[in-house]
Design a protein around this ligand. Sequence first.
Ligand SMILES: Nc1ncnc2c1ncn2[C@@H]1O[C@H](COP(=O)(O)OP(=O)(O)OP(=O)(O)O)[C@@H](O)[C@H]1O
Length: 250
Amino acid sequence: MLRTQGLTWRVGEVAIVDGVDIALAPGEFLGVIGPNGAGKTSLFNLVSGLRKPTSGTVWLGDDDVTALPPHRRARRGLGRTFQSSSVFSSLSVRENVRLAVQAHQGGSLALWRRASSFAAVVSAADQALDTVGLGGRGEALAGTLAHGEKRKLEIALLLAGEPTVLLLDEPMAGVSAEDVPELVAVIRGLTRGAETTGRSVLMVEHHMDVILDLADRIAVMHHGALLACDTPDAVMAHRGVQEAYLGEGL
Ligand SMILES: Nc1ncnc2c1ncn2[C@@H]1O[C@H](COP(=O)(O)OP(=O)(O)OP(=O)(O)O)[C@@H](O)[C@H]1O
């Protein structure tokens, strides 16, 4: 579904991402962990197309997408969570998602002239809001949402693009401890019914308990390279992983 082969990004002499091979199967949830500065965000930037690798390849299905910019990868089903800055804080939650659906479905204003198209946009937006548990918050101004709700809105905006591979970069960042379980449940729901949706998730997250709870497999990065990529149990028992985290705690 998504595969990287020898993915490398150098800045000067330093390999920030160093020959990373990962493969994500349909419906799979792959967590990415690693100590601070290990190269996780840089790997995401290469996969989403925000940065061009020095060498190596990114495959989406059978297609080599290494040369494609982010929006063209998105059109092929690779979606990354929007940063909060792309949320219109003075618009309602529902309007934000409708705009994202409209952008995905064609963007042309002519779309709005046809009542059936309008209904389709509204319905897709409402479905995305329901999926992330914001169905009852559609009328709230996006700028007034709490952190946990903002993260949910970012996921709804991502879903508006109908991705098959979802890249989630630290979705728990800034979320208060009591809101974490609800957000975890929303994220778990993203691959539910993956046999029909085919959705897969690649997620960077610092909260180890969250990763252990959600991931089918965990990729561990260290100094830009892949140290291990295995089931949560195997990764926790991996001596190299324990050593990489010495002083930080797993
Ligand atoms: N544009 C850049 N130019 C030079 N060095 C960079 C650049 N971007 C990142 N780095 C360096 O690459 C290393 C990896 O950074 P990256 O943000 O990918 O790590 P990370 O694993 O996501 O870290 P964290 O867990 O702290 O978010 C760091 O040492 C960082 O300083």
